[in-house]
Design a binder for this molecule. Structure first.
Ligand SMILES: [Zn+2]
Length: 215
C-alpha cells in the first residue's frame, strides 16, 4: 500500500512539473540575423555616429567615431530572431552587456604582463584594442564607459527604428516620455511633437538618458 501512495506521489510531482513547463511562454531562438534590414536604412546614420561620438569623453576614448562605428556594426550584426507561438519571428537586439564586452574584447587579448602593467585582473578578458580606444583609466572606468556606449547605441537605434515604423503606419505625432527619475532638462522636454521634430533620447539629451518616445 505504502509503495502505491509513494508512486502516486511521484506521478503527481511529474504532472505538476510538466504543467509548469507548459505555462512558460514559448519563444524560441531560431537564428541569428545578420544585418537586420530595417536598421541599415532607419537606424543611426553617419551624422548620428559623429554626434554620439562627440558626446564621449575625449580624455577616455582615443578615437570615439571609430569605437562607435565598431560597436554599432557588432550591434547590428548580432540581432537574434525569436519565434513566437503564432509563428511570427521578431528580431531582438543583442544585450547591451554583450555589446560592452565586445567593445572591451575586440582585437588581441592583453598578455598577463600587460594586464599586470595596467593593474587589470589577470582573468579579465581585455584586449589591446580596448586599451587603444581607452586611455589608462583602469578597468572599472573601461567597463562603465563601454556599458554607457553600448546602452546609448541600443537606445538610439531603438528610437530611430520606432520612428521609422510609426511614420510608415501614418503617425504624425510622437510623445517624449521622460524616465521617472529623469533630469530637469529631460523633464522639460515632456510634450507631444511633430514626428520629424521630436528630440531623440541620448542623441538630443545626454549619455545615460533612459527617456523614451511613445507613439
Ligand atoms: Zn532623459
Amino acid at each position: 500500500m505504502a509503495w502505491l501512495v509513494f508512486l502516486l506521489f511521484i506521478m503527481g510531482g511529474i504532472y505538476l512539473l510538466i504543467k509548469a513547463q507548459r505555462k512558460k511562454p514559448k519563444m524560441t531562438e531560431v537564428e541569428r540575423i545578420k544585418e537586420p534590414p530595417q536598421s541599415i536604412v532607419t537606424g543611426m546614420t553617419e551624422e548620428h555616429i559623429v554626434r554620439l561620438a562627440g558626446m564621449l569623453d575625449p580624455a577616455i576614448w582615443k578615437n570615439p567615431p571609430l569605437t562607435v562605428r565598431f560597436a554599432l556594426d557588432w550591434f547590428r550584426g548580432n540581432y537574434r530572431a525569436f519565434e513566437l507561438e503564432d509563428g511570427r519571428a521578431i528580431p531582438v537586439p543583442p544585450d547591451y552587456r554583450d555589446v560592452a564586452k565586445i567593445i572591451l574584447r575586440s582585437g588581441t587579448e592583453l598578455t598577463k604582463e600587460q594586464k599586470r602593467g595596467y593593474g587589470i585582473h589577470l582573468n579579465a578578458k581585455v584586449s589591446t584594442s580596448a586599451i587603444e580606444h581607452l586611455t589608462q583609466q583602469g578597468l572599472r572606468d573601461c567597463v562603465q564607459e563601454a556599458q554607457t556606449l553600448a546602452l546609448a547605441i541600443g537606445a538610439i537605434e531603438h528610437s530611430l527604428i520606432n520612428l521609422h515604423d510609426w511614420k510608415e503606419w501614418g503617425e504624425k505625432k510622437v510623445g517624449f516620455s521622460p524616465a521617472p527619475d529623469a533630469c530637469p532638462q529631460c523633464k522639460k522636454l515632456k510634450k507631444t511633437y511633430a514626428i520629424d521634430k521630436t528630440p531623440i533620447p541620448v542623441l538630443d539629451t545626454h549619455l545615460g538618458c533612459r527617456c523614451c518616445l511613445v507613439p
